[in-house]
Write a protein of this length. Structure first.
Length: 175
């Protein structure tokens, strides 16, 4: 029974590490984000295709986060203070899970390994200075998109990722 509990614990730890989202961002420290109030969406060339629904979900979630922070989406031909675009990468990787039913490391006990294929989906959100055509902020959320999984869980993962990603946007201006 003890070995079953240990095996279950190892499995749960591995699953937790597998599905944990990782969010990082970086920005141009010379940009005065306090002067930026409007934005416009752009399409980033060479972006991996996602479904129209997923694309719209990403756009709507980013729009909501930006609106909550006081940013306004520029309409039509109206000029904007910054451009925003996103990129996605959906890849598959092999994962090896090793389970031991007791014993000790390098000393015995029975164990087994299982390989699984998992989708690793990365979302990158970029903000650009339209006049200089330069990147001013980039955020990356890994393990966010899983096109083969449950649609409701996928949306929840995406929602959490976008909220985490834009939590500290815009970065505080420091002299």
């Amino acid at each position: 029974m003890k070995s079953l509990r240990i095996g279950l614990f190892v499995l749960l730890c591995a699953a937790g590490q597998t599905f944990a989202q990782r969010v990082v961002y970086n920005f141009d420290r010379s940009t005065k984000f306090s002067g930026l109030h409007t934005y416009k969406w752009i399409t980033i060339e060479g972006n991996e295709a996602v479904s129209q629904i997923t694309s719209q979900n990403i756009t709507n979630l980013v729009n909501t986060q930006l609106a909550d922070k006081g940013f306004v989406q520029a309409a039509g031909s109206q000029k904007a203070d910054m451009y925003v675009g996103f990129q996605v990468s959906i890849d598959q990787q092999k994962q090896l899970n090793w389970f031991n039913n007791g014993g000790y490391w390098m000393g015995g006990g029975m164990g087994w390994a299982a390989t699984t294929t998992i989708d690793v989906g990365t979302l990158v959100v970029d903000f650009y200075n339209p006049s200089q055509k330069q990147l001013i902020w980039r955020g990356t959320a890994t393990k966010t998109l899983n096109p083969s999984g449950n649609a409701n869980k996928n949306y929840e993962h995406l929602q959490k990722a976008v909220a985490k990603l834009l939590k500290d946007f815009p970065p505080p201006f420091k002299k």
